[in-house]
Design a protein around this ligand. Structure first.
Ligand SMILES: NC(=O)c1ccc[n+]([C@@H]2O[C@H](COP(=O)([O-])OP(=O)(O)OC[C@H]3O[C@@H](n4cnc5c(N)ncnc54)[C@H](OP(=O)(O)O)[C@@H]3O)[C@@H](O)[C@H]2O)c1
Length: 300
């Protein structure tokens, strides 16, 4: 990679974004970390990479995807710093847990704002110079939830599925200008995303029999999750991709899901997912009554 190629990494303050930004820096990229707290984010990146404070290959801009005016400002700062970026990695994201009945409207709004509307606006702002340059790769992080809707993460799955369709449409529009899009579908990686995820699930509510075992399984699955450092090389490969559009799974679990989803009928996938997640059998909660304050009882 030539030392001058620039990449904007959103959410580079921790998790997959932090290790990705550090990896790309070490591989010779000029990295712009787009983060909510640039000073703290840059310090973490310098600690991780050993970069000196005046290294022009490692800079940061303030980006809050929930604030459209700040997104526009961040894009202007990026262009002022590096011109048309050679690449963007849309990594920043948030999740929320709870069934459809439990998730409040604000959670849906927040998830769509941070995971979809913010990245769309940032892209819209950066596209004119990238299009004029006639080159550029946009890498977008999806999720297994974006491939199959899963119980208790409907808002997250909905936002990531929307990201998937957005990415496909975007790729079709910008390919004629020499630009390309890669969707990455990560498997499970150990980051702080779960600790940061607000849960609206009520263990005493009507869905307690579904959400409580699911949470336990989730915690067990986390122990099998891969370290985030294993994710970063996949981003670098995605940045080198030349096809106008590509979707790549990162990790065995994501690869299996993508293949199964391609091959199996929806009905079979639904059953397999429900079994894998240990969900109660269809109809098995029929007739359970939940008094507002108490534990469930079986009605007549
Ligand atoms: N980890 C996994 O197993 C996994 C699996 C599938 C998909 N993913 C996807 O991978 C991406 C990274 O996840 P992660 O696991 O690394 O999560 P994480 O550790 O929670 O990091 C999330 C990042 O997003 C940033 N962010 C959150 N809200 C933001 C906002 N409004 N504006 C700007 N930045 C914001 C955070 O910044 P602050 O530090 O300022 O909060 C942080 O840098 C997400 O898109 C996630 O959906 C992760």
């Amino acid at each position: 990679m030539s030392g001058s190629a620039s990449v904007v990494v959103t959410g580079a303050s921790r998790g997959l974004g932090l290790v990705t930004a550090a990896h790309l820096y070490r591989r010779g990229w000029r990295v712009v970390a787009a983060v909510r707290s640039p000073d703290a984010g840059l310090k973490r990146l310098r600690d991780l990479t050993g970069a000196v404070s005046d290294d022009p290959r490692l800079t940061a801009v303030r980006l809050d995807l929930d604030e459209p005016a700040l997104v526009v400002e961040a894009a202007a700062e990026i262009v002022a710093a590096v011109g048309a970026p050679d690449a963007i990695v849309h990594n920043a994201g948030v999740a929320a847990a709870g069934t459809v009945e439990e998730l409040p409207a604000e959670a849906w709004e927040r998830l769509f704002r941070t995971n979809l509307f913010g990245p769309v606006l940032l892209t819209k702002e950066l596209l004119p110079p990238m299009r004029a340059a006639g080159r550029g790769r946009i890498v977008i992080l999806s999720s297994q939830g974006g491939i199959r809707g899963m119980a208790t993460v409907s808002a997250y799955a909905g936002a990531k599925a929307a990201v998937e369709r957005w990415a496909e449409a975007l790729a079709a529009e910008i390919a004629p200008f020499g630009l390309g899009v890669t969707l990455l579908v990560p498997g499970a990686f150990t980051t702080e995303i779960l600790e940061q995820t607000v849960s609206y699930a009520d263990p005493e509510g009507p869905y307690g029999a579904l959400t409580t075992p699911l949470e336990k399984r989730g915690r067990r699955a986390i122990r099998l999750a891969a370290p985030p450092e294993r994710f970063a090389p996949a981003v670098e490969r995605a940045l080198r991709e030349r096809a106008p559009f590509a979707r790549r799974a990162v990790g065995l679990d994501a690869r299996v899901l993508l293949h199964a989803n391609r091959l199996l009928p929806a009905r079979v996938m639904h059953r397999l997912m429900a079994t894998a997640m240990g969900l109660p059998r269809p109809g098995s909660l029929r007739g359970t009554v939940h008094p507002p304050s108490g534990r469930p009882s079986i009605s007549g």
